[in-house]
Design a protein around this ligand. Structure first.
Ligand SMILES: Cc1ncc(COP(=O)(O)O)c(C=O)c1O
Length: 339
């Protein structure tokens, strides 16, 4: 067996995998695509799956190897990362401190409800901006509170090692997909994924380029503009490549980044996203969410329908999870559902 690209990293088993790669005939037809396949990363486990469990195998593997008894991290109130991390820390018997962007009277539902259920220590910070310059100081204070209780604490926060490990985990996803393409005899023209922090786009592109696949990664942004994200993705891929000892370097034109499907703002459903959720639901009984995967499928559908692509080559949609977001946004989804 060949050595995996991520073999040099610490890793613990938390996720289910390999996650399935499924052909979706009825959704293909609706998308006007010769063959649409879905990579079911939403089935990766850790309390409703997504692209975070695989990242946590590396992030917590690294933290535990350094003796961590507590973790501190930060994200939005409805973060899938925080929910999966809370499930993992509960399973590992270690403490978790979450600094969530939002208000103390945040409705207790969706991912936040699950964080509380899994026993995370939760504090709110009054900012919507993941790049707010005050966040490192708030994290440091939380970290020190745990340390003063005698707990060896690790803080997970991008940029830096957390970002590099997260992107490396997405290299592992890309390598797993490349193996599945080979097994199925597939040479996909494009792989679409939702893009938030850009780690998934960075890791997939790095993996495909390293392995010599011609498959194009297309990131559909749910948060930031391409102007902001493209250089960040290149940088995240550089850090992951360095960590993994890979010679591959990414250029901005090695992947596509589309920022027209973000909707009103990050975390708020869009009509196109809900329509895409409905299409996936009604053609395949497939659950997408309104914050990430619904917006990403909306981007895929729009692009594929306008591309007039004659090659007949298959495309792949990476289902990155997000299921709890359906329930946290029920009242915003309802008006756009058609009968
Ligand atoms: C469900 C879901 N899909 C996609 C993403 C985006 O992945 P990335 O941050 O690697 O761009 C996230 C990140 O939070 C997520 O929770």
């Amino acid at each position: 067996m060949t050595r995996r690209l991520t073999a040099s990293l610490q890793r613990i088993a938390l996720a289910y995998g390999p996650t399935p790669l499924e052909h979706k005939a009825r959704l293909s037809q609706a998308a006007g695509s010769p063959a649409l396949w879905v990579k079911r990363e939403d089935l990766s486990g850790l309390a409703l799956g997504g692209n975070k469990p695989r990242q946590l195998e590396f992030l917590l593997g690294d933290a535990l190897a350094r003796g961590a008894q507590a973790i501190v991290t930060t994200a939005a109130a409805q973060s899938n990362f925080c929910r999966a991390c809370a499930a993992a820390c509960a399973q590992l018997g270690i403490r978790l401190g979450l600094l969530l962007r939002g208000q103390a009277d945040e409705p207790l539902q969706g991912n936040y409800l699950l964080d509380a259920l899994f026993g995370a220590d939760i504090r709110f910070i009054d900012t919507k901006d993941p790049y707010d310059a005050r966040i490192p100081g708030w994290l440091q204070a939380f970290h020190q509170d745990f340390e003063s209780q005698g707990l060896k604490t690790e803080t997970l926060h991008m940029p830096g090692k957390t970002g590099a490990l997260g992107a490396a985990a997405m290299v592992d996803l890309g390598e797993e997909m490349a193996g599945q393409f080979k097994e199925q005899g597939l040479a996909p023209r494009a792989v679409y994924t939702a893009a938030g922090s850009g780690l998934t786009v960075a890791g997939l592109t790095l993996a495909f380029k390293t392995l010599g696949l011609a498959t194009r990664v297309v990131g559909i942004s749910v948060q930031q503009t391409g102007e902001k994200m493209v250089p960040l993705i290149v940088e995240r891929a550089r850090q992951a490549a360095e960590m993994l000892g890979l010679q591959t370097t990414l250029r901005p034109d090695d992947f596509d980044f589309i920022d027209d499907f973000r909707g009103p703002e990050y975390g708020v459903p869009s009509q196109a996203g809900v329509e895409a959720m409905q299409l996936a639901g009604r053609t395949e009984g497939l659950l997408l969410d309104p914050v990430y995967s619904g917006k990403a499928l909306a981007g895929l559908l729009h692009r594929e329908r306008h591309l007039g692509e004659p090659s007949g080559k298959p495309i792949v949609f990476v289902h990155t999870g997000g299921t709890p977001g359906i329930f946290a946004n029920a009242s915003l989804i309802a008006p756009w559902l058609t009968t």
